[in-house]
Design a protein around this ligand. Structure first.
Ligand code: CS2
Ligand code: MG
Length: 403
């Protein structure tokens, strides 16, 4: 038994906000879980501190499944990003503890390694196609085998997902939501030339990805998918909002371009139809927003039955604790597809020292017992929370639009 005697929420902002749960057992073993929900961080901090932690004290940390069920079914109010992010943080922390007590890295507890490493993708951004391809060549130079291309759209002042910095990308950019203007027509005209330039500049031995960020209708997504087929994208991500899972039937009817969706999913129910009807090729649900390692394994197991692979979200607003947990999960799960890797800043890495490493286009979580990530609380305390929001998106006539 490893009785939980204490649990604390640590909110820190080394360049961006992170919420971390630390669980401690009677024999002094601690486990960490990421509880960061970009733009709504304090809601999860409160859900954990005010409602979850009191229920954890005195429980056996080894009872990961029972505690998961207790927090999911026992809350009565099931699912949703805040609830499932809080459950995810507890789940990650308990797997961390179990690994430390067993003296094993978490992936060994999940069935061991199914591959030598996890292929990751980098993010080439640019205000123009030329700048984006130049950034992509840099990523290929660094050894990436997969690169996401996101370029500014001629005629639009800003485009979501296009960082102004070569390596670091922070979407939560203001104390109140900034506003972006959107034009589907301008965007649809800009992507095929981006991929044509991508293949011309990078050739065919590198995977090229693109994130639509929910901004097309299904038929527009079908058109873009078809326009990109000659360039063989690895995937088209978030082509259309996925609350209506049936919408992907329409996209599938028009294109063979592989589809990825799910970074905002928080339970298997958000993607059950998408998976069972094979309407997608990659599911992007993440360890931090979809209930932790325990629930993500369920999603991956269902996906495996339908030849759908994982493609977990891994942006900078998922902390190094999530990155570590995602790599333990990705190293072991049979239907691993690819792992997103948006490197954190040195400021963030200093607060969260970790064992995971990048090498030759792949990442490995390392063999430190547990998740292999720590938190420097002294340093964390030097970075107080600073409210920050994701932008909102409007059409040029002012209509509030998808994001
Ligand atoms: O695929 C991605 O990485 C993006 O969609 C993210 O930047 C996402 O918008 C942010 O993580 C949201 O917080
Ligand atoms: Mg995305």
């Amino acid at each position: 038994m490893s009785i939980i005697t204490d649990a604390r929420v640590i909110v820190t902002s080394p360049g961006r906000n992170f919420v971390t749960l630390e669980v401690r057992t009677k024999d002094g073993v601690t486990g960490l879980g990421d509880a960061t929900l970009n733009g709504r961080e304090l809601s999860v901090a409160s859900y954990l501190g005010d409602h979850v932690i009191p229920c954890l004290i005195g429980r056996d940390a080894h009872r990961i499944e029972d505690i998961w069920q207790y927090l999911y079914k026992g809350a009565y109010w099931r699912r949703g990003p805040v609830t499932m992010t809080a459950i995810a943080a507890v789940d990650m922390a308990l797997w961390d503890i179990k690994g430390k007590v067993a003296g094993l890295p978490v992936y060994q507890l999940l069935g061991g390694a199914s591959r030598e490493g996890c292929m990751v993708y980098g993010h080439a951004n640019g205000a123009s196609i030329e700048a984006t391809i130049e950034a992509a060549l840099d990523y290929r130079e660094q050894g990436y085998k997969a690169i996401r291309l996101q370029s500014g759209v001629p005629g639009l002042a800003s485009t979501y997902g296009v960082s102004k910095d070569r390596y670091f990308y922070e979407p939560a950019d203001a104390d109140l939501p900034s506003e972006n203007l959107w034009s589907t027509e301008k965007y649809l005209r800009s992507v095929p030339p981006l991929f044509e330039a991508g293949r011309e500049g990078l050739g065919w031995d590198v995977h090229l990805l693109h994130d639509v960020h929910h901004r097309l209708t299904p038929i527009e997504a079908g058109r873009l998918g078809r326009d990109l087929e000659p360039y063989r994208p690895f995937w088209l991500e978030d082509a259309t909002p996925a609350e209506n899972q049936e919408a992907f039937r329409l996209i599938r009817r028009h294109t063979t371009t592989p589809l990825a969706v799910g970074e905002i999913f928080n339970s298997v129910h958000d993607c059950r139809q998408l998976i069972q009807e094979q309407l997608i090729d990659y599911v992007r649900a993440t360890v931090v927003h979809a209930g932790g390692i325990t629930h993500l394994r369920r999603i991956a197991a269902l996906a495996d039955l339908y030849q759908v692979r994982t493609g977990c979200h891994g942006a900078t607003d998922l902390s190094p604790v999530s990155m570590a947990a995602a790599l333990h999960f990705g190293l072991s799960v049979p239907n691993f597809g690819i792992q997103e890797y948006m490197r954190h800043t040195p400021e963030t890495d200093a607060v969260f020292p970790h064992a995971y490493r990048f090498q030759d286009g792949m990442m490995h979580p390392g063999d430190t017992p547990g998740l292999g990530v720590d938190i420097d609380e002294t340093l964390a305390a030097k970075h107080p929370y600073k409210r920050a929001y994701l932008p909102v998106n409007r059409l040029q006539d002012g209509t509030l639009f998808n994001w």
